[in-house]
Design a binder for this molecule. Structure first.
Ligand code: PBG
Length: 330
């Protein structure tokens, strides 16, 4: 790109002088339709339980779900993502609770989906909220098994689809799971259930508060580096996305978000597929704590979301979704 124009004929500050003019030349727009709102659910009644490492974010019991869905609808948020906090006594080494048709996710899906409304529900496919060791798959010889894990993920996907889940979101990073899940969905009458692949998911320290929220933090003794991606790599992200598109992914996710804007851009430029960014729990907590301490002001939230739009993301999963959508509606 050649830079044209010289000072003093060219003064870029002219267009910035007034608000109306700044609006005329603005290149990106953020609307509530760009937001996906993650919700943490827990057992019990009338519970709104604070998550210590995520100020302002709560775990809700199922009787509170309806209010949250109505809020999302009112603000124009197109999709919510459900995450369960499974009680420790229901966890085991193989994550059996993932396949219980009365687990928290299934109950929530039935509750939300008994009314026909214009909102999508996405559910993670992975075993970590259900395993006693906190890993996303089955462990044998100290290694998370790929093909054995996929067999369970297929069942988990089919169960979620049957309960009304709109978007199946495998977040486990097993090789080949998108294709296997797509095949199983098609064979069982779920041809139009979408798949959002967490295609590029890095082994990241920024997930810490999430693991606290779903209660897998204490269980997890090691890291997830033998299945999640190495943060030193970028070419590998292209290979991951390319495989998942071939296997039938409808959209792909890059995760975490802000430390990986270059990856979002690269994926978007290489594949003309909808790309979602996940502004993860650690990113949320960094910004939120800084605001609470008066270190930065809350305009930083919307500023952070625009970085995803500039990088090329279509939508953003963010714990700020409700607050931002409310503000954008004003
Ligand atoms: C589970 C999963 C994780 C997140 C979403 N799904 C954590 C992990 O892989 O350990 C992280 C989300 C966040 O930090 O906000 N596989």
């Amino acid at each position: 790109m050649k830079v044209v124009g010289t000072y003093p004929q060219t003064r870029l500050r002219r267009n910035r002088k007034n608000d109306w003019s700044r609006r005329l030349v603005q290149e990106k727009t953020l609307t509530p339709s760009d937001l996906i709102w993650p919700l943490f659910i827990c057992e019990g009644k009338n519970i709104k339980e604070p998550i210590k490492t995520m100020p302002g974010i709560y775990r809700y019991s199922l009787d509170k779900i309806e209010t949250l869905i109505e809020k999302a609808l009112k603000y124009g948020i197109p999709m919510v993502a459900l995450f369960p906090n499974t009680p420790a006594h229901k966890k085991d080494v193989v994550g059996s609770e993932a396949l219980n048709k009365n687990n928290l996710i299934c109950k929530a899906l039935r509750l939300i989906k008994n009314k026909n409304r214009n909102i999508g529900i996405m559910c993670d496919v992975a075993l970590d909220p259900y395993t006693s060791h906190g890993h996303d798959g089955l462990i044998k010889n100290n290694y998370v098994q790929n093909d054995e894990t996929i067999k369970i993920l297929i069942k988990q996907s089919l169960l979620q689809a049957k309960m009304g889940c709109d978007v199946i979101a495998p977040s486990d990073m097993m090789d080949g799971r998108i294709g296997e899940i797509r095949k199983a969905l098609d064979k069982n009458g779920f041809k139009l259930v979408q798949i959002l692949s967490y295609a590029v998911k890095y082994a990241s320290s920024f997930y810490g508060p999430f693991r606290d929220a779903v209660g897998s933090k204490k269980a997890l003794k090691s890291n997830k580096k033998n299945y999640q991606m190495d943060f030193r790599n970028k070419n590998e992200a292209i290979r991951e996305v390319s495989l998942d598109i071939k296997e039938g992914a409808d959209f792909v996710m890059v995760k975490p978000g802000m430390p990986y804007l270059d990856i979002i851009k690269t994926v978007k430029e290489n594949f003309k597929i909808p790309v979602f960014a996940y502004q993860v729990s650690g990113e949320y907590s960094l910004i939120k704590n800084a605001i609470n301490k008066g270190i930065i002001n809350e305009d930083a939230i919307i500023e952070s979301l625009y970085s995803f739009k500039r990088a090329g993301a279509n939508a953003i999963v963010t714990y700020f979704a409700d607050v931002v959508a409310k503000k954008l509606n004003k």
